[in-house]
Design a protein around this ligand. Structure first.
Ligand code: 3PG
Length: 334
């Protein structure tokens, strides 16, 4: 049965917060490495449909090997589970390929500015589709988070890209926002009350998405383009190019796996807010690695966004934990 409000132990909550904090830090760090290698690969090899497919293939392979060697316990899946996973996998595939197409057309930071609006999409979809509402302070705390992230990245925008590329980059990131919000909400429902772990849920999602994406990748780009593009990339970068592709694929799987381990514990909206904060680490590290000159406005934006997240955590968690502990179960865990 459900624990009574008073059964919720404050120590357990502190331990839970530390656990989520560790998941978030790991998720963000893995994502930074993914973003850097992903962009390096796309610069030399502009075939986002293939790189998206390879990321899923690599993750699927890693998990199949882990299950076969019993490094991880294989989940028990039935046809009902697979049926419920299908819409999630379609959303994951669309969100993934759309973000990668976006990043192949524009600066990584441009994609991340648009994607920092994900919590707004989460609130919108939760409201329109699930009829869920949040207290006003939650809505208000999203403003500095989204606005601050945009400021953190704004000067890195490269305005000399042509209109078509900007609009593809913009639309890709917007489609990705929408698709991922649906993915998160339905994943959360799919994991709830089931014995499957976040790690195995994401593994099944990867495998199904790979099956969905492969025929489309072949239709849109195809082996001929890939072969010519690969030769070109190896000529430019050298034989190490294959390791860049391996790195972007492995880190793609790892960061998503850890993100699903946290989604298992938090609400889709908190997930989206964590994901938006992650974008600051991506911007900051790309500034350091690609030697982008930093402007005071970027630092200000990052500070505003971090403050916004602090506000979000206060309005979203503290009142529920200390004043309405029973809501912790319904708000934070659903
Ligand atoms: C992808 O390829 O799926 C995107 O780069 C991921 O976007 P995310 O930062 O929302 O995970």
């Amino acid at each position: 049965g459900q624990p009574r409000p008073l059964d919720i132990n404050i120590d357990e909550q502190a331990a839970q917060k530390i656990k989520i904090g560790i998941y978030f830090a790991t998720w963000w760090a893995l994502n930074v490495v993914f973003n850097i290698y992903n962009k390096k690969v796309l610069n030399a090899f502009p075939y986002p449909w293939l790189t998206s497919t390879l990321s899923l293939a690599c993750g699927s392979l890693m998990m199949l090997v882990s299950w076969a060697t019993r490094v991880a316990d294989a989940p028990r899946v039935d046809s009902e589970f697979l049926k419920s996973l299908l819409p999630v996998a379609i959303a994951h595939t669309i969100g993934h390929v759309a973000a990668t197409v976006s990043m192949s057309k524009v600066a990584v930071s441009f994609t991340h500015i648009i994607k920092s609006g994900e919590p707004a999409f989460s609130v919108l979809v939760s409201g329109l589709v699930l009829g869920e509402t949040f207290p006003l302070p939650v809505y208000l705390s999203l403003l500095p988070i989204i606005g601050g992230c945009a400021l953190a990245a704004i000067t890195e925008l490269n305005f000399n890209v042509i209109g078509f590329e900007i609009s593809t980059g913009f639309m890709g990131a917007m489609v990705s926002n929408l698709a991922f919000v649906f993915r998160n909400i339905f994943s959360k429902k799919g994991m709830k009350g089931k014995s499957i772990s976040g790690m195995n849920y994401y593994a099944c999602l990867s495998i199904m998405s790979l099956l969905i994406l492969t025929p489309f990748a072949i239709a849109v780009e195809g082996p001929q383009m890939w072969a010519a593009g690969w030769q070109n990339a190896v000529a430019q970068i050298g034989p190490n190019f294959v390791w860049w592709v391996a790195a972007q694929s492995i880190f793609y799987h790892l960061y998503n796996q850890v993100s699903y381990m946290s989604l298992d514990q938090i609400s889709p909206l908190t997930f989206s807010v964590g994901n938006t904060m992650k974008r600051i680490s991506v911007i900051v590290s790309s500034i350091i690695i690609f030697h982008t000159p930093i402007q005071p406005v970027n630092a200000l934006g990052a500070a505003i966004a971090i403050f916004g997240t602090f506000l979000y955590s206060q309005v979203n968690l503290i009142p529920t934990v200390f004043f309405f502990p029973c809501d912790l179960i319904s708000t934070s865990q659903t």
